[in-house]
Design a protein around this ligand. Structure first.
Ligand SMILES: [Zn+2]
Length: 137
């Protein structure tokens, strides 16, 4: 069990429909699956790292990364990747860290606040005290 690391989650699957045909079988049955990777701490998503897309064909069942696809398919996959947004839950750990820092700052100011003016609690001596020095031999 890792306390922190990188995980991935599916952000969405979008069919390309009849716009772009498969470059292997020629049928327009492509879908783009976008996966987002994020850094997690204790399985809480903290910060999104990257988004990757893969293109799959429902007819010939070929799945390839969008970088390896034909230029037309690659452009359509890139458009899908830019259209799909990273969910806000991937920033949950970062928001919790910022909130805890703000809470600690507010709590520190509230507890410490302005320093109280120094008060002299020592009573002044009424008269100087004469100290007899021992006689030197
Ligand atoms: Zn195909």
């Amino acid at each position: 069990m890792t306390m922190f690391g990188v995980r991935s989650a599916r952000l969405g699957t979008v069919p390309l429909g009849s716009r772009v045909p498969c470059d292997l079988c020629g049928r327009p049955k492509l879908t783009v699956a976008v996966v987002g990777t994020y850094f997690h701490v204790l399985f809480v998503p903290t910060y999104p790292l990257a988004r990757r897309a893969s293109v799959g064909c429902a007819h010939c069942h070929r799945v390839i990364p969008s970088e390896a696809a034909a230029p037309g398919v690659k452009a359509a996959a890139e458009a899908v990747v830019t259209r799909l947004r990273v969910p806000r839950t991937h920033y949950l750990g970062l928001a919790a860290a910022v909130a805890s820092l703000l809470f600690c700052a507010v709590l520190g100011v509230a507890l410490l606040g302005e320093p109280a003016p120094a008060q002299n609690t020592w009573a002044p001596l009424a008269a100087p005290v004469a100290v007899a020095s021992p006689a030197l031999p």
